[in-house]
Ligand binder design. Structure first.
Ligand code: PRP
Ligand code: URA
Length: 208
């Protein structure tokens, strides 16, 4: 599949095995999510552009490479918040915007309740994060909102995706690169990813 990248590094796979386990505690779940988000950001950022700038070391002037563009992390609330710390540890200069969406439990369609972005959204690289790509409704809606706010370069990063969701996002926004830790089998009749990891927001925040 074009523009879909499964980051199957052994450390990512190992930590994902802990996250999937229903007996994993809230604390360990969040710790593993932070670590996976950092590992994924490291992989994804290898394609980021750099520019040469001059600085002065304690010894002499010298040309160094720095990131060319602002990086804006945009979590889809709530579960996307669980990936922000791990990425910020690696890219502390990143700004953070927010999109608030929840899935209507009957229709599975996303409902928007919040959107706020830094001004750099129009010129920077947007790293849109949400651990779960299920029907794809939330991700398509979040990308629509970002594009309406002027975002031009959007990359999506998540943990687990279903084929149905990937298809829907690619039909709506084919240019958006999709990075996942795993591609799962399917959705069940309640719209949950199989085998998945359950309700990610609830597992991050201990709400169930
Ligand atoms: C979950 C998840 C995604 C969405 C994915 O959020 O974090 O945002 O579902 O499903 P979709 O691909 O079918 O749209 P949820 O709506 O449960 O809200 P929460 O993060 O606040 O728990
Ligand atoms: N949202 C979740 O948190 N988990 C799923 O499996 C699907 C949507």
């Amino acid at each position: 599949m074009e523009n879909v990248f499964i980051l199957s590094h052994p450390l990512i796979k190992h930590k994902l095995s802990i996250i999937r386990d229903k007996n994993t505690s809230t604390k360990q779940f969040k710790e593993c999510l932070d670590e996976i988000a950092g590992l994924m950001a490291y992989e994804i950022s290898k394609d980021f552009d750099t520019v040469v700038t001059e600085i002065e070391t304690p010894i002499c002037k010298c040309n160094v490479d720095v990131l060319a563009k602002d990086i804006i992390i945009v979590p889809i609330l709530r579960a996307g918040l669980g990936m922000v710390d791990g990425i910020r540890n690696l890219i502390p200069t990143a700004k953070v915007g927010h999109v608030g969406l929840y899935r209507d439990e009957e229709t599975l369609e996303p409902q928007t309740y919040y959107a706020k972005f830094p001004k750099e959204i129009t010129t920077g690289t947007v790293l849109l994060v949400d651990p779960m790509l299920a029907t794809g409704g939330s991700l398509v809606a979040a990308i629509d909102i970002l594009k309406n706010a002027g975002a031009k370069e959007i990359i999506y990063t998540g943990l687990v995706g279903a084929p149905e969701g990937i298809k829907r996002v690619q039909e709506a926004h084919p240019e958006v690169k999709i990075f996942l830790a795993a591609l799962d089998e399917k959705l069940n009749d309640k719209g949950y990813i199989v085998p998945g990891l359950g309700d990610c927001g609830d597992r991050i925040f201990g709400t169930k």
